[in-house]
Design a protein around this ligand. Structure first.
Ligand code: KG4
Ligand code: ZN
Length: 334
């Protein structure tokens, strides 16, 4: 029997969730709207907003679950990776609460938690499986051997794919976060109208900085010929850049499946919400006989539900952390 409170504060969502005997009871998320006008997350403002939101978010999670703090068996928190100022807020809050309630602490790796989001609801993948974790901060192909035994077999050497979506959207004059906007316009556009060249990386790694620059120069050249180029071609531009980014992800994912012989494929992270990626994944699954796992939308973007499920598996192993713990901006998955 275990009831755990989990806190997530690695980037720009302040979130808390309660998990009881492996069942996530709720997932309260306060999204920080402040970053919209800056076209990206401003770290200093993110940590201040976490400070403002954290008490209300945690109280709501406990109240909604009908749990009083005395019923908890552990406090879990995201230790990293993430923005250090943002992580500090969640880590310090968790430590203070655990100390006052005399409870053990459970540290969770944010990237491991994105993968473990697949164990919140059914259907749950069987081990081993591959997980493409795609977010604003990360692009990884993870070989998942067990709940807490994972290996990164491919990753970006520069920008994350979510960042490429957001930067492309910014160049098109769309608001932050741009990924969902590109997704929306892309649904009406022609994905092969504008073609871009691929950057070649060794092994199963990715690079997204090249396409960002390529897209910027492409738009600059077109705008010099026609100042209305973007507004006249918004849907085709969004469809084409999205098609290119999905192509880069799928190429590596197919290679990873080939190399490992694994046909159970999961996606996680904010970009897993992309309808084009979901569709392409389903089509590829039919062609290559893959079994595909996509978590519910609320568990794709940053959330404490995924921290809670990761904490549950750590609790089963009595894997606790002491009060001297500090956050880590970089934290390997294992
Ligand atoms: O996992 P997440 O919430 O936060 C990070 O850990 O970064 O991912 C946020 C990223 C942003 O870059 C956002 O633009 C992207 O996920 N995103 C999408 C979509 N929804 C969110 N990208 C493409 N299509 C979407 N529908
Ligand atoms: Zn994330």
């Amino acid at each position: 029997m275990s009831t755990i409170l989990a806190i997530e504060s690695s980037c720009d969502e302040t979130s808390a969730a309660v998990i009881s005997n492996g069942k996530v009871l709720n997932n309260i998320i306060a999204t920080q709207a402040i970053h919209q006008k800056y076209g990206g997350v401003v770290p200093e403002l993110a940590s201040r907003a976490h400070q403002q939101n954290i008490v209300a978010v945690v109280s709501e999670a406990l109240q909604e679950a009908g749990i009083v703090p005395q019923q908890l068996q552990a406090i879990a928190f995201t230790r990293g990776p993430g923005l250090i100022g943002s992580l500090h807020v969640g880590v310090s809050f968790a430590k203070g609460l655990a100390l006052s309630l005399k409870l053990p602490l459970i540290e969770v790796n944010h990237m491991q938690a994105h993968v473990l989001a697949h164990f919140i609801d059914d259907p749950k993948p069987a081990f081993p499986f591959l997980c493409l974790t795609v977010s604003g901060g990360h692009t990884q192909i993870v070989l998942v051997k067990d709940y807490l035994d994972m290996e990164v077999i491919g990753q970006t050497q520069d920008d994350a794919v979510g960042e490429a979506f957001d930067k492309a959207a910014k160049l098109l004059g769309l608001p932050y976060p741009g990924g969902p906007m590109i997704d929306k316009y892309a649904q009406q556009g022609n994905p092969t109208r504008f073609l871009f060249t691929q950057t070649h990386m060794p092994g199963l790694d990715f690079s997204f900085s090249g396409i960002k620059t390529q897209f910027m120069y492409f738009l600059r050249d077109q705008l010099s010929l026609n100042p209305d180029f973007i507004s006249q071609n918004m849907a085709d531009l969004c469809a084409s850049i999205q098609h290119h980014l999905i192509g880069m992800l799928m190429k590596r994912l197919k290679e990873a499946a080939n190399q490992t012989g694994i046909k159970a494929i999961a996606i996680a992270g904010g970009v897993a919400a992309n309808s084009g990626l979901r569709q392409t994944l389903q089509q590829t699954a039919e062609q290559l006989n893959w079994k595909v796992y996509i978590p519910a939308f609320q568990y794709c973007t940053d959330n404490a539900g995924m921290i809670a499920i990761a904490a549950h598996y750590k609790f089963l192993k009595q894997d606790f952390t002491d009060q001297s713990v500090t956050p880590l901006a970089r934290m390997p998955i294992q």
